[in-house]
Design a binder for this molecule. Structure first.
Ligand SMILES: [Zn+2]
Length: 466
């Protein structure tokens, strides 16, 4: 299936011609929009001018975000569709709509794959091709599959869910690309000239040269075709914010306001996903294993922020106590089972944050146990490297909980990690830090129901997270 895109560089309309094969079916069903993302319930409002060739009938089922094309004969077909990517003037919806939809404005185009590609029930597709037929010549351009590609160079991605979702396409007269080789890997820092006041472009350059080599050293992984760090301001005038996504070999955030500690953490979190969450993840039906894919990932992001000095000891303690332990141990849903998270995800932000907190706290606990069991010789880093060594030859590793348990066993002899996963991560029971030993200088005291971490003055945390 091929997507051919056209835009004149000025209007808010993106034209798409989707070439596909009916594969002998009487009809083809396209589904637009991803209900897992925000800003999508009314996504169909932005889609228009649907046309199919030879006058084949098109039925639009708005409530299900569906387009049904009835075929008269078989072969290669074209569906024409247009996305109106103009900003929503309504301030209430401005941020979510811009963050979760394709944006098309004068001199500006930005989209993620999940905002653009339609989902087909037909499972015979395994690749999507994408290229531009018409575009404003000379306008700076970047597609995350290959930062050097020109708009008319066909890019081919796997049809598989995350490959389809995790792609970024940006074209803008304000785009700046700074190239830098680190560990022999070409890095592309993508920012915007329109941001003249926040200092984000310069700060992100400092972040890139410090943080990227730290992550590569952590994983002992210096192989990548390239790496993209993209931070493009939201066009909507909204209060300070940041939202991001990991890409294969990169990440992209949209933001407003300065790069303070929390935004630094978001960037680090998305970068870190290139290992945990993208290349190394535990398979799941819903979100029941996001304690690893999100929570462990967040711990490793913070670990490296401390290691590089970008986060101080106080920043770490604050993040642990006030962004993880306090909200988790005082949450009304803190102990629900992992397999109930997905169904409740959009009901309450408490569910949304649950796997992050639960996984972060367990990763902290596990890191302590690994250090204690090895007399300080081994940390969560050696365990994760061993887990990463289980990656398939194709690079993408989808692990099971059993792999996790098997790989950790030699690190923690005599400890039943399988039972712990069932009790604390799948089951949801709180870790009882009154009964848990931590490494020297680390202590946890309860204030009412909430455990809080204290580090002694002697602890050099940058040295601990070496
Ligand atoms: Zn994440």
């Amino acid at each position: 299936m091929d997507y051919h895109l056209s835009w004149d560089g000025q209007s808010s309309i993106l034209k798409m011609d989707i070439f596909y094969n009916d594969h002998g079916n009487d009809s083809t069903v396209f589904v637009f929009g991803n209900p897992q993302a925000g800003g999508q319930p009314r996504i169909f409002d932005i889609l228009g001018n649907l046309k199919s060739e030879n006058g084949e009938a098109i039925e639009i089922i708005k409530s299900q975000r569906k387009i049904v094309v009835q075929h008269r004969n078989s072969g290669v077909k074209t569906l024409h569709a247009e996305i109106d990517g103009k900003l929503v003037p309504d301030q209430q919806r401005a941020k979510v709509n811009e963050a979760f939809r394709t944006t098309v404005a004068p001199g500006f185009f930005y989209t993620m794959g999940y905002q653009l590609f339609m989902y087909l029930r037909d499972t015979s597709y395994n690749q999507i091709g994408i290229k531009w037929d018409h575009w404003p010549k000379g306008m700076p351009y970047l597609i995350s599959t290959n930062p050097e590609a020109k708009p008319d160079e066909l890019q081919v991605i796997s049809y598989e869910g995350s490959a389809r979702n995790e792609i970024m396409i940006h074209m803008s007269s304000n785009m700046m690309i700074t190239k830098r080789k680190l560990d022999g890997i070409q890095h592309y820092l993508v920012t915007s000239k329109s941001d003249t006041s926040s200092g984000v472009p310069d700060k992100l350059k400092d972040f890139m040269v410090t943080f990227m080599p730290s992550m590569r050293a952590f994983w002992n992984d210096r192989k990548a075709p390239f790496f993209i760090l993209s931070a493009i301001p939201l066009l909507s005038e909204v209060p300070t914010t940041m939202t991001g996504m990991a890409l294969p070999n990169g990440m992209s955030v949209r933001y407003r306001g300065p790069l303070e500690k929390d935004k630094l953490r978001i960037v680090a979190h998305e970068v870190s996903h290139n290992w945990i969450g993208v290349n190394l993840k535990i398979a799941q039906n819903g979100m029941e294993n996001n304690w690893f894919n999100e929570g462990f990932n967040d711990y490793i992001a913070i670990y490296n922020l401390v290691k590089t000095g970008l986060y101080s000891k106080a920043d770490f303690v604050n993040y642990m106590n006030y962004e993880n332990l306090t909200p988790h141990y005082s949450s009304s849903v803190g102990e629900v089972p992992g397999d109930s998270i997905e169904t409740n995800f959009f009901k309450s932000v408490l569910y949304e944050r649950l796997p992050y907190h639960r996984g972060f706290i367990y990763a902290f606990y596990l890191d302590n146990q690994l250090r204690l069991a090895s007399g300080g010789k081994k940390t969560i880093r050696e365990f994760l490297q061993a887990l990463n060594a289980n990656r398939n030859s194709d690079g993408a590793t989808v692990l099971t909980k059993a792999d996790f348990v098997r790989v950790i066993r030699p690190f923690l002899p005599g400890k039943d990690i399988s039972a712990e996963i069932n009790r604390y991560l799948a089951g949801g029971q709180y870790l009882d830090f009154r009964k848990i030993k931590l490494i020297q200088g680390f202590s946890i005291q309860y204030e009412q129901q909430v455990p809080l971490l204290t580090l002694s003055d002697q602890v050099n945390l940058q040295q601990v997270f070496r």
